[in-house]
Design a protein around this ligand. Structure first.
Ligand code: FES
Length: 172
């Protein structure tokens, strides 16, 4: 048993940030039983979207179990290379979720996210990645239903596209 005396919600900044590359590798590694299942790596900011995902669980909203969540302190912490890395290591899609504009815990983190996201998305589309594979959504801590709907829609879109073959295993 762990000797920690605080819950997961009380992770320190260092704990949340620790080994993000490794977390991406772990989340994007697909176990296969022969049948393809879409794998979505979801980066959720600690203060809104992660809590929204939690709320979806608490309320038992149904959504596909195809998303593996990585908690980041702010959506602005999502280095574009995490996105590329996830797609290279086996993810079929990447979801970035953060606080609504104006609500970022760090004031402007999600404004950087928004700008950065559009640049990365355009670059990935330029090399042939389908736009549905990379999505950005604003999900507050009170929007458990929205979180469930976003994951459901994204999973359906990726099932329609099939596996990500464009970037898997590639070196950019
Ligand atoms: S803290 Fe949620 S997007 Fe910045």
């Amino acid at each position: 048993m762990s000797s920690r005396d605080h819950s997961c919600a009380d992770l320190t900044v260092e704990e949340v940030n620790a080994g993000l590359d490794e977390k991406v590798d772990l989340a994007a590694s697909a176990e296969s039983n022969g049948e393809w299942e879409p794998l979505i790596v979801g980066f959720c900011c600690n203060w809104c979207s992660y809590a929204g995902a939690d709320l979806a669980g608490i309320n038992r909203f149904n959504y596909p179990a195809n998303v593996r969540i990585i908690r980041v302190l702010c959506s602005g912490r999502v280095n574009p290379m995490f996105v590329v890395r996830a797609l290279q290591r086996g993810a079929d899609g990447v979801l970035v979720a953060g606080c609504h504009p104006g609500d970022c815990h760090y004031s402007t983190g999600n404004y950087y996210t928004r700008r950065r996201f559009h640049i990365v998305k355009r670059q990935l589309e330029y090399i042939g990645l389908e736009p549905e594979r990379l999505q950005l959504h604003w999900i507050s801590a009170a929007e458990g239903r929205k979180f469930a709907d976003v994951v459901t829609d994204m999973t359906e879109q990726i099932i329609a596209l099939g596996p990500n073959r464009r970037l898997r295993g590639s070196v950019l």
